[in-house]
Design a binder for this molecule. Structure first.
Ligand code: FAD
Length: 315
């Protein structure tokens, strides 16, 4: 079943989560074990992130450094396929503009189609780290990538040639930002972008993490007022480290409510912080479920135990 169908047909708020492909050279055993635990809560789909190459400076031993690139978490298509087959759950690999040429993206789409994967999350991608320049001619915005996927769905390659046989079409989700994307001049223009994506066929949007449900409810209200009708899936991240008090606002441009900050500041260590983070996320989820959200999407990075405990409490 496609993501949009499972969202639309769910009688209760659906459970889904995001995982990262394993770090290069570490294998998939731990990841499979983590997913196995969360299968208890009947996830409707599992997202798999994508990470483009980062610059790496190799010490040449002569006082000079050679600049190269490394992809620390390769294998999104392969791990998505493996998860799909192993657990029988729909998977949603993320596809990015940044770091991928149009031709490379086309090959990714072909690989996904041959693997029987029909759901994707279409994104611009994080900025290249270390101020590295784009290595290739990429799409500028997620909507341009979405248009490439649409054209592919219609049976055309980027050079305009037609496929001999059209495969299963892709269903696309996109990202959205209840606290506005950091580069958007204002919320109105960011919402206009979301509207354009919905008009281009995005079937649903998944939010950036937020810690104040009011921001999500207000965002959905504004989106609906602008005629955006697709499901807007709340993304929840349990805090689990004291350092996240500074890291999360800086990295993801999100506000942390004063009450949460004060509770975290009273924690003596990360274990206590994780407990506060879990309780906060549970309260968020309970309110979201009471308001009838179709699905809650969990950001699991380094917080698998917390997501397990939260899911056990609310599902
Ligand atoms: P876009 O839609 O391109 O928007 C980026 C900015 O440009 C916004 O300010 C928008 O308002 C503006 N904009 C968009 N279109 C136009 C236009 N046509 N003209 C002018 N302005 C425009 N990153 C990764 O690297 N890998 C991942 O796997 C990943 N997964 C994610 C999953 C979710 C649910 C979310 C919310 C984010 C994820 N990200 C991931 C991060 C994401 O790629 C970044 O937030 C990125 O900066 C923006 O992506 P986007 O798809 O929203 O970009």
């Amino acid at each position: 079943m496609r993501v949009i169908d499972s969202i639309n047909s769910a009688k209760n708020t659906a459970f889904s989560f995001e995982v990262l492909p394993p770090v290069k050279g570490t294998g998939a055993t731990k990841l499979f074990g983590d997913i196995e635990r969360l299968m208890e809560f009947n996830p409707k789909y599992i997202n798999i992130t994508t990470h483009h190459s980062e610059p790496l400076y190799v010490d040449m031993g002569n006082g000079l450094f050679k600049r190269t690139t490394i992809r620390r978490r390769p294998g999104t298509v392969a791990i998505a396929t493996a998860i799909h087959h192993r657990f029988g759950v729909p998977v949603v690999p993320h596809i990015l503009c940044n770091g991928y040429s149009l031709g490379e993206t086309e090959y990714v789409l072909i690989d996904l189609q041959l693997s029987g994967i029909t759901d994707i999350l279409v994104l611009r991608g994080d900025k290249c780290k270390g101020g590295s320049e784009q290595q290739c001619e990429s799409h500028r915005h997620a909507i341009d990538l979405l248009r490439q996927v649409n054209r592919f769905n219609e049976g055309f390659f980027i050079d305009g040639t037609q496929m001999k046989e059209r495969g299963e079409r892709f269903s696309c989700g996109v990202a959205c930002y209840p606290e506005k994307h950091e580069e958007a001049p204002n919320m109105e223009s960011d919402l206009m972008v979301l509207k354009q994506k919905a008009d281009e066929g995005a079937e649903y949007a998944v939010t950036q993490m937020f810690f104040d449900n009011r921001k999500y409810f207000d965002f959905v209200e504004r989106a609906r007022a602008m005629g955006i009708e697709i499901p807007i899936i709340p993304g929840i991240k349990p805090m689990h480290r004291l350092s996240q008090l500074n890291v999360l606002p800086k990295t993801f441009r999100v506000d942390l409510p004063a009450e949460l900050v004060s509770a975290m500041q009273q924690c003596k260590d990360d274990a206590a912080a994780a407990q506060v983070g879990r309780e906060w996320a549970i309260a968020q989820c309970r309110e979201l479920i009471a308001k009838g959200v179709p699905s809650i999407h969990f950001y699991t990075i380094n917080a698998m135990d917390s997501v397990y405990e939260i899911a056990k409490t609310i599902y």
